[in-house]
Design a binder for this molecule. Structure first.
Ligand SMILES: [Zn+2]
Ligand SMILES: [Zn+2]
Length: 380
């Protein structure tokens, strides 16, 4: 019997595990949610998300959560509420006649729970109150003209989440020091990375980002550059980006989870949102090394051109700044860095050409402006 030893799951170090910060980017585009209404109403999704947040907070009393709304026109904090927002919300409270407009169900959930709130675990209550209040606030301040837009401010929301994570990490490191053995061990799946960074930064407080996305992919093409820059920042800081895609499929989000070793799930059955959240997205980095995670094999690595923000299969890359263009820029001047590129007689290409010859032509011009499939790097 001694041979049977199931003690592998014990932490090797008996010290208290480092807390985990979960930053959630919630896509609240009303248009996209309206399309999903039959399968999963927004209020139900929000209720599911709150249960998920509570589960995360229950894991460890030092665990933290942050929720950012990626709205159609702007990105906004849902939790924690920042002081400026708090002021406006108290001012607006009197003229708060818009509650019904933003979904009776969400309001019902809120009002039915106020009676039991006194018995509620305080951290749960604080998050729930603030998130619901801020969502109501955000939707009330949305004009009909904004709703028609199908875009979502994902880049802004990602940046907000990243800056919050950065701030919390610095605060945590200041108060707890940075040479904890436990945190060094907890660097899941990136032990080499821990060695590279010397285990001195960002390993104390473990952070991850979860994007709950409902908008379609083509709308985010115009935000390609800031989104990719956020992804590279996460990659550098070893912050996994988990993606829970409720409808459609997003090009850049696949790349985000792939580059940062996060979980990517495109839900076939959005009604089971809570189940997906609990099963696939709840484990933190430390738990994940024991699990086989749902990851995406066929990642769409396409990029968007810098000139029209179109998703392109084949583009032209500036040899100086690595900007991507769908066609050679006018006069051969790069639109980003202004460098004059020697494109040669590219424009003189005959209209009818075999595929083989086309490739040859591109290669001849290769020294300065080359036709390459899907480059990955963007300028800083
Ligand atoms: Zn273009
Ligand atoms: Zn350039």
């Amino acid at each position: 019997m001694n041979a049977v030893d199931a003690s592998e799951h014990y932490e090797s170090v008996a010290t208290e595990p480092a807390p985990s910060l979960l930053a959630i980017v919630l896509d609240v585009n009303p248009h996209a949610w309206a399309l999903l209404e039959d399968q999963l109403p927004f209020s139900k999704a929000l209720a599911n998300l709150l249960v998920f947040i509570n589960a995360h907070l229950a894991f460890n009393y030092t665990n933290e959560v942050a929720v950012v709304a990626s709205h159609s026109q702007r990105a906004a904090w849902l939790y924690p509420t920042h002081s400026q927002q708090q002021k406006t919300s108290t001012n607006r409270q009197d003229a708060d006649g818009d509650i019904e407009m933003n979904g009776q169900e969400a309001h019902n959930i809120h009002s039915s729970r106020t009676s039991t709130q006194n018995n509620m675990y305080r951290p749960f209550r604080v998050v729930e109150e603030q998130v619901l209040e801020n969502v109501r606030e955000l939707l009330a301040s949305t004009d009909a003209s904004d709703v028609s837009a199908t875009s979502t401010m994902l880049a802004g929301a990602l940046t907000l989440a990243l800056s919050h994570i950065n701030r919390r990490t610095m605060t945590w490191t200041e108060t707890h020091g940075n040479s904890s053995v436990d945190t060094a061990n907890a660097a899941t799946g990136s032990s080499s990375a821990a060695a590279v960074s010397g285990g001195n930064v960002s390993l104390g407080l473990q952070s991850r980002i979860l994007i709950v996305s409902v908008s379609s992919s083509t709308d985010s093409a115009h935000q390609y550059i800031p989104i990719m820059n956020s992804i590279f920042a996460c990659q550098r800081l070893h912050i996994p980006i988990d993606v829970c895609k409720l409808s459609g499929d997003a090009v850049f989000l696949q790349q985000a989870s792939d580059a940062t070793r996060g979980v990517y799930m495109s839900l076939t059955e959005p009604r089971g949102l809570l189940q997906y959240l609990m099963m696939a997205f709840l484990p933190d980095q430390r738990s994940r090394k024991h699990l086989v995670l749902p990851s995406r094999v066929d990642v769409d690595f396409r990029a968007a051109c810098f000139c029209h923000r179109r998703v392109v299969n084949i583009g032209f890359v500036c040899s100086i700044c690595l900007s991507i263009f769908c066609e050679p820029p006018e006069n051969g001047d790069c639109l980003t860095c202004g460098t004059h590129l020697e494109i040669g007689d590219y424009g003189a290409r005959p209209a009818v050409l075999g595929k083989k010859k086309k490739k040859k032509k591109a290669r001849l011009n290769g020294s300065s402006a080359t036709a390459t499939p899907t480059p990955t790097a963007t300028p800083g």
